[in-house]
Design a binder for this molecule. Structure first.
Ligand code: 2AM
Length: 181
């Protein structure tokens, strides 16, 4: 029997944005605020899949490959803390329709495949700090970083040598955004 993998679909962050986020985080939060996520691990989850067998992974990949929708622009201009899940996050005040559509589609496909899906609505966010159980002052992001999202990826969460690494396994391209006439 093949082993299962811990998987999720996510939007990858361009390396330049990862670097900007890490710089802003270092300037904005004291070391005791929480455990920083490594730059290369910064991502925006679209659908969490949990532990998935190889067979189910193939089915989920095939469904993801049938998604046809235009790309969109993601604008990072919001930050906050969720004390219940003990995370400090970066996000967007106005999630683009394409992002919500993509996440809803992947979450619906995952649910149909029997993957656990949180009953919580989709709250797009990039986790910056974990174990942030004490309320911290969140400086208003004095930035508005935008980047085009032309693809999404299936990630594996790999835990080795005391560290978690998110490894992209597969990537799908989104179509061109509709042209303004
Ligand atoms: P988080 O950053 O808000 O914790 C890999 O662990 C990714 O999957 C992370 O983005 C994490 O979100 C998300 N994730 C982990 N467990 C989850 C769960 N039970 N429900 C939804 N998302 C989850």
């Amino acid at each position: 029997m093949s082993e299962s993998k811990r998987l999720f679909f996510a939007v990858e962050m361009p390396a330049a944005i990862q670097r900007k986020i890490v710089r802003w985080r270092a300037e904005s939060f004291p070391a005791e605020a929480g455990r920083p996520i490594a730059a290369a691990n910064l991502h925006l989850t679209l659908a969490f899949l949990g532990d998935v067998s190889a067979e189910k992974q193939r089915a989920l990949s095939a469904m993801a490959g049938r998604i046809s929708q235009p790309g969109f622009t993601l604008r990072l201009d919001d930050a906050g803390q969720w004390l219940r899940s003990r995370v400090v996050w970066l996000g967007t005040r106005q999630p683009p329709r394409g992002l919500l559509q993509l996440a809803n589609m992947l979450r619906a496909q995952a649910a149909r495949s029997g993957c656990y899906q949180s009953p919580q609505p989709f709250h797009p966010h990039i986790t910056l700090l974990r174990d942030a159980g004490q309320a911290v002052a969140i400086p208003p992001p004095g930035f508005c970083w935008s980047f085009p999202v032309n693809a999404f990826a299936l990630y594996e969460s790999v835990f080795a040598n005391g560290r978690t690494r998110y490894a992209p396994l597969q990537r799908w391209t989104l179509g061109d955004p509709p042209k303004e006439l």
